[in-house]
Write a protein that binds this ligand. Structure first.
Ligand SMILES: C[S@@+](CC[C@H](N)C(=O)[O-])C[C@H]1O[C@@H](n2cnc3c(N)ncnc32)[C@H](O)[C@@H]1O
Ligand code: SF4
Length: 476
């Protein structure tokens, strides 16, 4: 859990934020700024190497071989990307395109079914599905009929593993009751609801109107249909966001009693996500306010009984994410923190990334190019990366640091006996470079509580590829 050193004191009963200790917090923050780390831009490390280091053809070269190497009797996870939305929110950096009609969506789903058939045909017969996640874009844009067609084919292709879980990303303004009930009837047991912020001025500035009532309605329908676990996505660092405004949003969100929350720092990357040019960059909070917003949310959520998971997730004690964190089995993948321990994640759909022990394969990013491959009867993998032993070691070290805030040389060397020297050398590198931020004992580094928000910067110190680059989002 994060130290209180950086966070505001909250009077929970009155749901008001007291700023009495604000000056102390800001002094700590200024120390961080003086250390030169505060303004660093680094990857989010949802994969290592980050996707910008994938080679142009490595997915195309290896996808088939890696699919056929998935062992008989093992389990895999499936991510399905739906790159369509009826509205295009200005803040959004996800790969998606606007559509007013369902015709391109239905046509795309037909391609997904064909890709599923192709991918499954490369794999051994006795492989079960442990996780199914529908993301986007907006998966809930699909009609109930099209969604049923997709799910039926997925469940025909793979048996469900005993611990099977099915989750869907939901835009509350684009999810009919019929669709939500149908998803629940097909076994959806987790839903992730996009909120971002309820403050009207913020919603206007990010081009995403969404009332509390719309959100509450979706929550009620999902709970009524028996969906036990609800996550909500919130953002800090949005234009015109203030501490009192975020505090109000948090109280509204808490009144809906989510089981998990993701609190992402808004990534302002208009060079990658063109629609963000609609955002007034002058209205964005500065680095210190961003930090204070994240700290406020952290304090409010922990005071409400949530456990902080990694750098940007929160879960109720007893939630499987919280259990995974306490058992040291928390993982990080393209969706953020997860308790999914499967070694293989298969991504279907335009731009989806598949992860194998041997490396990554990313489908053609443009929907038109993706469709062309599938119509030609080809796998859609294009960019990708084949891991060396050094890459696998670094990936595991970065994931461990991001999930557990600790590196233990002996434990890592047990997983990679041939890389003992490399592990210790990398640990020495970051211990020397960031001496004020670790509690170091021989063979062990623990990120100090107050330095946890900087963990992406320490992870970057392990990264063999990168130098800080303004093209990435802010580290905090
Ligand atoms: C695929 S999107 C949203 C799903 C759904 N379409 C919706 O609107 O609710 C998943 C999440 O990515 C996060 N996200 C999108 N753009 C972001 C950005 N620029 N910076 C940080 N997080 C972002 C948001 O929190 C969003 O809820
Ligand atoms: S936030 Fe959701 S609805 Fe808005 S553009 Fe992104 S994926 Fe589409």
């Amino acid at each position: 859990m994060f130290s209180n050193d950086f966070f505001f004191i909250v009077d929970v009963d009155q749901s008001k934020v007291s700023l009495t200790t604000y000056d102390n917090r800001m002094n700590n923050l200024k120390q961080l700024r003086r250390s030169g780390l505060f303004d660093t831009n680094v990857p989010r490390y949802t994969s290592y190497p980050p996707a910008n280091h994938f080679g142009a053809q490595d997915g195309r070269t290896h996808q088939s071989e890696w699919l056929s190497a998935v062992p008989d009797g093992s389990t895999v996870s499936l991510y399905i990307h739906i790159p369509f939305c009826k509205r295009l929110c200005w803040f959004c950096a996800c790969r998606t395109q606007g559509t007013k009609s369902l015709r391109p969506v239905d046509a795309y789903v037909e391609n997904l079914l064909e890709e599923l058939r192709l991918v499954r045909s490369k794999m051994r017969p006795n492989i079960a599905l442990t996780r199914l996640h529908l993301g986007g874009g907006t998966p809930t844009i699909l009609s109930p009929q099209t969604m049923q067609r997709l799910l039926t084919r997925i469940f025909d292709a793979f048996d469900k593993a005993d611990d099977f879980e099915f989750s869907v990303e939901i835009d509350p303004t684009e999810a009919s009751d019929a669709l939500l009930n149908m998803l629940a009837a097909n076994g959806m047991n987790r839903a992730s609801i996009g909120v971002q912020d309820f403050a009207p001025m913020v919603q206007e500035a990010i081009g995403r109107p969404q009332t509390f009532e719309q959100t509450a309605h979706v929550v009620n329908v999902l709970r009524g249909a028996g969906v036990k676990s609800l996550n909500m996505d919130l953002l800090y660092g949005l234009p015109h966001q203030t501490l009192p405004g975020l505090s109000d949003t948090l109280q509204q969100v808490l009144s809906l009693q989510p089981d998990r929350l993701a609190l992402y720092g808004y990534a302002h990357v208009p060079w990658m996500s063109k629609r963000q040019v609609m955002i007034d960059a002058d209205a964005l909070p500065d680095g210190e306010t961003r930090f204070a917003l994240a700290a406020l949310a952290h304090e409010v959520l922990v005071a409400d009984g949530f456990e902080a998971i990694g750098i940007d997730h929160f879960a109720r004690p007893g939630d499987t994410l919280a259990i995974a964190q306490s058992k040291g089995t928390l993982r990080r993948n393209f969706q953020g923190y997860t308790d999914d321990t499967s070694e293989v994640l298969i991504g279907l759909g335009a731009s989806s990334i598949s992860k194998f022990p041997q490396g990554y394969s990313q489908n053609a990013a443009a929907t038109s190019a993706y469709v062309k491959h599938v119509l030609n009867g080809e796998l859609a993998g294009m960019r990708g990366y084949k891991m060396t032993l050094q890459d696998s070691v670094t990936a595991r070290m970065i994931e461990t640091l991001m999930c557990q805030f600790t590196l233990d040389a002996d434990a890592l060397a047990t997983q990679f006996p041939a890389a003992d020297d490399l592990i210790r050398a990398k640990m020495k590198t970051i211990a020397d470079r960031f001496p004020d931020h670790f509690d170091a004992t021989p063979g062990r580094l623990i990120v100090k509580n107050a330095s946890r928000p900087l963990v992406r910067i320490f992870a970057h110190g392990l990264d063999a590829f990168e130098s800080p680059d303004k093209r990435h989002s802010s580290a905090i």
